[in-house]
Write a protein that binds this ligand. Structure first.
Ligand code: F0G
Length: 456
């Protein structure tokens, strides 16, 4: 059969709120035109994020009942450790309440002011945690990776030539570790090839610089490798994942993505000193090392979810869904980042709203138009999120004006995506009516979460 179906049937339903345009106008106005300030009950299809928003399987729900809530040495912890070790091979494994907790402790224990951490692209919390301790987060994406429309397959690859120049210019002692984010969320969910990780590993080893994977979407990345990287087509996703982790000295993980869980994360590493330092801070702020801020039942859900994310049928459906959405939007002429990534479709809002300049925040106009048209919630990744405010009141725009439609895992069916396609298409056909937006009120940092907007 050619049709790739959802490899599950539905045992429990959750009602979707269906609203009228008038209702949505009122709700958006009371949210100061910022979709982060909407009540979730006012959203029909929520594509704000793929993080923690997935549906758990019956096996995960059953595993919750096995949760051992002992403070120390719980059986749930041992099952979690066994699964994470089976996938990653790391000697030391620490649960954390989510990805950024692992990032924060890693940054606090390994970095000092003036240090540099290269990455293909830092996710915003990773960057913030590195900068918080006075170090510098540097993005080293290849030129193809920065080109929204290049059809190259592994656009998440780190630029090895630039990495080598950086090491030579700054000296290895200023680089306590290098990161690679799989898949590269900020760059459109683009995958990283095994060859690139292998070559980065070789280069870093010559300078004794450890490699840390930001592994949130490791299973989606493994599927891209299986599909598109020569030599890996006959391997299982677990074998590919193991190979990826074997090249790294450690990893930070948000289990809210490829852990198929609603909360959780972990840090893994091989070095005993790194582990001891991490453990000490973990106890201070997250909890005892056998629960790390999570309930025993969360550890159970993650243990099952990590393995489900490595099932071929699941990844085939997951990738087919992203492609289904992307392909139909491309057919209608909607400008999208190519090729579609693993967890989301990114619309090029600057090309979508040719009548607006970055100062008009086209991404916000598009996000709000999608909500008003059909109750679909997307998110701006453009000048509101990444623009730099200059001394004297001006603003430097972001390099791209993107709008992300992130796909929660196992939540929406094909007809939900047909609806989303219809909504985007209607907004696309009326794109000239998308209005410029101004900021009426904003916080000094991470302003996108709370800013008030006015349509001009
Ligand atoms: N790294 C990457 C690549 C991420 O995408 C995220 C989260 C994190 C780290 C942090 O993990 O949320 O568990 O603390 N990304 C979400 C998103 C929030 O919407 O893309 P966390």
């Amino acid at each position: 059969m050619r049709t790739i179906i959802e490899p599950f049937r539905i045992k429990m339903t959750e009602a979707l709120p269906l609203t009228t345009r008038e209702e949505r106008e009122t709700r958006l106005a009371s949210a100061y035109n910022n979709i982060f300030l909407l009540a979730a009950e006012d959203v029909t299809i929520d594509l704000l994020t793929d993080s923690g928003t997935g549906a758990m399987s019956d096996r995960q729900w059953a595993a919750l009942m096995l949760g051992d809530e002992s403070y120390a040495g719980s059986a749930s912890w041992r099952r979690f450790e066994r699964v994470v070790r089976e996938i990653t091979g790391f000697k030391h494994i620490f649960p954390t309440h989510q990805g950024r907790a692992a990032e924060r402790i890693l940054a606090a224990t390994r970095l000092k002011p003036g240090d540099i951490v290269p990455n293909n692209s830092h996710f915003d919390t990773t960057r913030a945690n590195i900068e918080y301790v006075g170090a510098k987060a540097v993005d080293l994406l290849t030129p193809e990776g920065r080109d929204l429309y290049s059809e190259q397959r592994f656009k998440g690859d780190i630029d090895l030539a630039v990495l080598e120049r950086l090491i030579e210019a700054e000296g290895a002692q200023k680089i306590p570790f290098c990161m690679i984010t799989v898949t590269n969320n900020s760059g459109g969910g683009q995958p990283v090839s095994l060859q690139n990780i292998q070559q980065a590993r070789r280069l870093l080893s010559q300078h004794a610089i450890p490699l840390i994977l930001d592994a949130c979407r490791f299973a989606e990345n493994a599927y891209f490798i299986k599909q598109h990287e020569p030599g890996w087509g006959n391997k299982t996703l677990l074998e590919i994942a193991r190979e990826m982790f074997s090249l790294a000295d450690g990893a930070t993980m948000s289990a809210k993505k490829d852990g198929l869980a609603n909360i959780g994360g972990f840090f893994g590493c091989n070095d005993d000193q790194w582990a001891e330092d991490f453990r000490n801070l973990l106890i201070l702020t997250e909890g005892f090392p056998t629960y790390g801020g999570l309930a025993g039942r969360d550890l159970e859900a993650i243990s099952v979810g990590l393995m489900e994310a490595l099932e071929d049928d699941y990844q085939r459906y997951r990738h087919a869904t992203v492609e289904y959405l992307a392909q139909r939007l491309i057919e209608r002429g909607v400008p999208l980042v190519r090729p579609p990534g693993g967890h989301a479709v990114f619309i090029d809002a600057a090309a979508f709203c040719m009548h607006l300049s970055p100062r008009d925040y086209p991404g916000i106009g598009l996000v709000n138009a999608l909500y008003l048209e059909g109750g679909v919630r997307a998110v701006e990744l453009g000048s509101v999120m990444f623009g730099k405010r200059l001394p004297g009141g001006g603003e430097a725009p972001a390099s791209h004006e993107l709008v992300r439609l992130a796909l929660p895992r196992r939540v929406y069916t094909q007809s939900h995506f047909d609806y989303v396609i219809e909504v985007v298409d209607a907004v696309w056909r009326a794109r000239d009516t998308i209005r410029p937006h101004r900021i009426a009120q904003q916080a000094p940092f991470l302003r996108h979460f709370t800013a008030w907007f006015e349509a001009a």
